[in-house]
Design a protein around this ligand. Sequence first.
Ligand code: MN
Length: 203
Amino acid sequence: MKTNPFYLPELKYQLNDLAPMMSQETLSCHYGKHFKTYVDNLNQLVDGSKFEGLSLEEIVRKAPAGLLANNAGQVLNHQLFFEQLAPTQHAKQMSGELRRLIDQSFGSFELMIEHLEQAASGFFGSGWTFLAINYNSELKILSLPNGDNPLRYDLTPLLAIDVWEHAYYLDYQNRRQDYLKNLWLLLNWHVISDRMPVDYGYL
Ligand code: MN
């Protein structure tokens, strides 16, 4: 029997809520078409395979490099991406713990954003730039190609920045840096803080 365990998560905002930084046209194409295609592909690839029944995170961790790993990774990456966005007028405070780790790792929030922007704008080709955390509660910035995800390197992703052209081309054409500058305004740091693993301090 065919099962479809993965689905497109609902957005907590309307498609026109993030404009002009991210237009309704971009959101409906990126969320409604690209993201949906990754979900559909993943359901097809998992169906009848030995990965059936595993959670999305388990598939992302365990799938051998290739089509399944990329599609599962793209579903998780887009889940993270769309969940962490919010209209600019919403409260988006980060936790004190994340603030402390950012200051400790990068000197300041502003310096971290500079590092993220450098990594994301300098990444060649299609992929993602992440802020992630390791088992020693150290923050890392890393860029990964295609649908790769930090979970495959024993890191927990906190912030996922989509640098595929489909994420920004309709609004910014080739100006990836302008897309990034506006993306910082849409981040909900409360959601990002909540992704910090609660038990790391005790390992
Ligand atoms: Mn995308």
